[in-house]
Design a protein around this ligand. Structure first.
Ligand code: FAD
Length: 393
């Protein structure tokens, strides 16, 4: 079998993998980034919405921004509309074109010096004395042993890299959202706002979304709880019903199905010679399902810590724990809050959700964040949300 050697091998060229690879390459490491698909960023499995915080990680670029949004409209089960934005606010978020965005991030990694290989799938870990020492990969029928003192599992929600290293990455059905989405055109929509629809008939234990993609196009999708999804209750059926009701004359030009991990970070993201980043480490807000920015933030930390560990010739779990500690202190609390809020809010009835929506009508919430929204809800519904308040504060 062919053999190659690098300082770090990154499995998966989504936002987590590309940012990790770029950061490690910028710090002088010899980096290999592998992607099993033939085209990075394809197929898209995402609603593509991000807040403007993305600008902390990358300068906005017209090539991968489809639309700017000024806020969000949230609709309760009875149709009550809550507006999340203030007239004084600038645009609060972007809807990306991920097939271009993911390639852009990968090309940034390449420009920093990382080698990239598509159509290259990792299928097992090389281990020595309990340490990850590389991965076995297959590219067009040819197997290669890739040796590296650090292996990065940036292989998304279905991550196998962590499992190979003995980490229990299994997700309970109640901790996944099963999603279906159509890219629709020829529809009437408010292109300035992302829209969210709640209710057990629309999307039990989840929500439906309409994210503008520019002009008369939008990502129209929904996610339902994995524990309520079965043959007779499929996300696709809920989506078809939603679309029939909301956009009866719209045209579907693409379909997508995917799963979002909603467990929060329930296991350690490091082992000897190994780091997990992004969805593989469950770095996703369990309440919203948003993970792109956390994947990028964690990727930056991971690349930095890996560079130091390789240069110090100490890639033990103990050394790599700096990564775990740093990302948990930067955004671990937000994921924990999101998980607690999800556990509480998913149990509410439609009547409860209507009451919450009514309490926010006409209220101007200046910050487009889940925390600001939750705080406002707790303030206005202290009795109903006492349990939530106790968990959060
Ligand atoms: C329906 C849906 C809607 C979403 N909407 C949003 C949203 O609006 N906003 C938001 O912030 N987040 C959203 N998310 C979540 C977001 O897509 C993820 O959090 C984000 O993509 C995580 O990035 P990642 O790099 O960790 O993983 P991914 O983007 O999943 O990338 C992992 C990569 O690894 C590759 N790979 C896997 N296994 C191997 C292997 N063995 N060898 C080589 N390559 C491999 C895969 O092909 C893939 O390219 C959504 C997710 C879904 C499913």
């Amino acid at each position: 079998m062919k053999e190659e050697r690098y300082d770090v091998v990154v499995v998966g060229a989504g936002p987590a993998g590309s940012v990790t690879a770029k950061t490690a390459a910028e710090r002088g490491l010899d980096v290999l980034l592998i992607e099993r698909n033939q085209e990075i960023g394809v197929p898209v499995k995402c609603a593509e919405g991000v807040s403007k915080e993305i600008e902390k990680f990358v300068a906005p670029d017209r090539r991968w921004i489809c639309a700017e949004v000024k806020g969000a409209n949230i609709y309760g089960p009875d149709g009550t509309k809550v507006v999340l934005s203030a007239e004084t606010m600038d645009e609060t978020g972007y809807v990306l074109e991920r097939r271009i965005f993911d390639k852009f991030l990968a090309s940034e990694a390449a420009r920093a010096g990382a080698k990239i290989r598509v159509r290259t799938e990792a299928y097992d870990l090389i281990e020595e004395d309990g340490y990850a020492k590389g991965v076995y990969v297959r590219c067009m029928g040819e197997d290669t042993r890739i040796f590296a003192p650090v292996v990065v599992g940036a292989d998304g929600v279905e991550s196998k890299v962590g499992r190979w290293a003995g980490i229990n990455t299994r997700l309970q059905p109640s901790n996944i959202s099963v999603c279906a989405e159509f890219l629709m055109c020829d529809i009437e929509l408010n292109g300035d706002y992302s829209e969210f629809f709640l209710g057990s008939e629309v999307a039990p234990k989840g929500y439906a979304w309409v994210f503008p993609k520019g002009g008369d196009c939008a990502n129209v999708g929904l996610g339902i709880g994995g524990d309520v999804s079965d043959e007779k209750h499929r996300a696709l059926d809920y989506l078809k019903a939603f679309v029939r009701n909301k956009f009866p004359d719209g045209k579907t030009v693409a379909e997508m199905y995917g799963v979002v991990p909603l467990s929060g970070p329930s296991y350690e993201s490091v082992a000897d010679g190994l780091i997990l980043v992004g969805d593989a480490a469950r770095q996703v807000n369990p309440l919203t399902g948003g993970g792109i920015l956390y994947a990028m933030q964690a990727g930056k930390i991971a690349g930095d810590v890996i560079a130091k560990a390789v240069q110090e010739k100490d890639c033990s779990k103990k050394r790599l724990l700096e990564y775990e500690n740093r990302w948990r202190s930067e955004f671990g609390k937000r994921l924990e809050t999101g998980f607690k809020a999800k556990e509480f809010l998913f149990k509410l009835s439609d009547e409860d959700l209507n009451t919450l929506a009514h309490s926010l009508v006409g209220v101007k919430i200046k910050e487009l964040s889940t925390w600001a929204l939750l705080m406002e809800l707790v303030k206005r519904n202290p009795k109903m949300l006492l349990g939530l308040a106790k968990m959060l504060l």
